[in-house]
Design a protein around this ligand. Structure first.
Ligand code: NAD
Length: 378
């Protein structure tokens, strides 16, 4: 079986789906691992190290795609690349499936089995292959580092002969995987940290990291069976905004990570709230890719408001720590492969009754098989 890992094509995407360590593990399973030269260069993995791990390089991308039984890549492919794949090939990547109906249709038409990393269930069994978590964790860390670098203040309290420097105040909105890592990072840097999440179960986790949980009574909130937040009503969002306004006005850094799986992110930080912040404050909108939590945030751009608040809209903060983002992402790919590997036959065996596969397999055998994305009347 041939596994092919192309270099990422999207501008500003330094991550790769393979490291020399995971390549070695895949070769050991019995796969032939091919890659495009320079596959890990932008995240500081050298071709020489991949070659030493058993990777075969081929600069002819089109022929490598055509020969592959299994393709691993970070970002979704261009639609015209899908037709180049073999029928029956398996393609694993982030797919943005809620927003890419044409891409899913192209995979089905090409007879390719497309696996979406976003749809891997958030279960204990699937933890090792949970790419959303591995990347969100680093994004949460990077959000604090980037904000701290822009803030013209120190984060920790400092008692100096020249006077006392008070700790910076950091407010984290949404305390899932990214938010909890942001809380932990800001605490380590000595900031005074507060956080809010609509899922009541999160309060204990926030407190255990030494941060204060901001209490806002929104009435009935909760989480789905998969652990995701439920969408709020417009009235609940208004209540939440009123409850957060004062904390936001006092904060030096606000990091928003509030997402509702498969839907547009709620707009939580309004222009009026930004107007109430101190000049020089920094807001990081980690939900930018799904529409953004912050009014006026722009994907891939820093926006400075008239009163001097900087809003960071970088959609790929994990890219700023690409070496480690690639390390853990590649480990997610290797864990996925190992789970579905038939060691006797030395091949990938897709068991359609497997709970993990049922969650993340979008197209198979020429059709869209995932119930959330299948055309409604077929
Ligand atoms: P996510 O990225 O979908 O959302 C981020 C956070 O935003 C969540 O905590 C959510 O509750 C919160 N949020 C949504 N609307 C909000 C609002 N209006 N105001 C404030 N916060 C809001 O979530 P995630 O980080 O991917 O985590 C989703 C769930 O999956 C969590 O329960 C997490 O613990 C769980 N999880 C489980 C496993 C596992 O068991 N293997 C692995 C990873 C995550």
């Amino acid at each position: 079986m041939i596994c092919y890992v192309p270099a990422e094509q999207a501008p500003g995407e330094p991550r790769a789906a393979l490291t020399p360590t995971t390549a070695q593990a895949l070769v050991k399973l019995g796969l032939t691992v091919r890659a495009q030269p320079g596959v890990g260069r932008a995240s500081h993995y050298s071709d020489a190290d991949y070659a030493a791990a058993g990777v075969v390089f081929d600069a002819d991308h089109a022929s490598s795609l055509a020969a592959a039984d299994l393709v691993f890549r970070v970002r979704k492919p261009a639609v015209d690349e899908i037709a180049r794949l073999k029928r029956g090939a398996v393609h694993v990547s982030f797919l943005d499936p809620f927003n890419e109906p044409a891409l899913l249709a192209a995979f089905a038409q090409a007879g390719v089995s497309a696996v979406s990393l976003e749809m891997i269930p958030r279960t204990t069994l699937a933890q090792k292959m949970d790419a959303l978590s591995s990347q969100a964790s680093l994004a949460g860390y990077a959000a604090v580092i980037q904000a701290a670098a822009r803030l013209r203040m120190a984060l920790p309290m400092m008692m100096t002969p020249a006077g006392t420097i008070m700790p910076a105040r950091v407010f984290i909105i949404g305390a899932g995987v990214a938010g909890l890592q942001a809380i932990a990072t800001a605490k380590r840097l000595g900031a005074r940290v507060e956080a809010f999440d609509t899922r009541p179960v999160v309060e204990e986790q926030v407190k255990s990291l030494g941060a204060k949980f901001v209490k806002i009574d929104l009435g009935q909130t909760g989480q789905t069976a998969g652990g995701y937040a439920q969408a709020l009503t417009p009235e609940q969002i208004a209540k939440q905004q009123a409850g957060m306004a004062k904390v936001i006005a006092q904060s030096d850094i606000v990091i928003t990570t509030a997402k509702v799986f498969g839907r547009k992110a709620p707009r939580l930080v309004t222009k009026a709230m930004l107007d109430g912040m101190k000049p020089g404050s920094v807001v990081v909108d980690l939900a930018i890719e799904s529409g953004g939590n912050v009014e006026g945030s722009k994907p891939g751009e820093d926006v400075v408001t008239p009163n001097g608040v900087t809003i960071l809209g970088n959609a790929n903060l994990e890219a700023s720590v690409a070496f480690h983002a690639t390390q853990v992402l590649a480990a997610n790919f290797a864990a996925w492969t190992t789970h579905f590997w038939d060691d006797q036959a030395k091949t990938l065996k897709l068991d359609l009754n497997d709970e993990i596969l049922k969650g993340c397999l979008i197209t198979h055998g020429g059709a869209i098989v995932h119930p959330q994305f299948a055309p409604k009347n077929s």
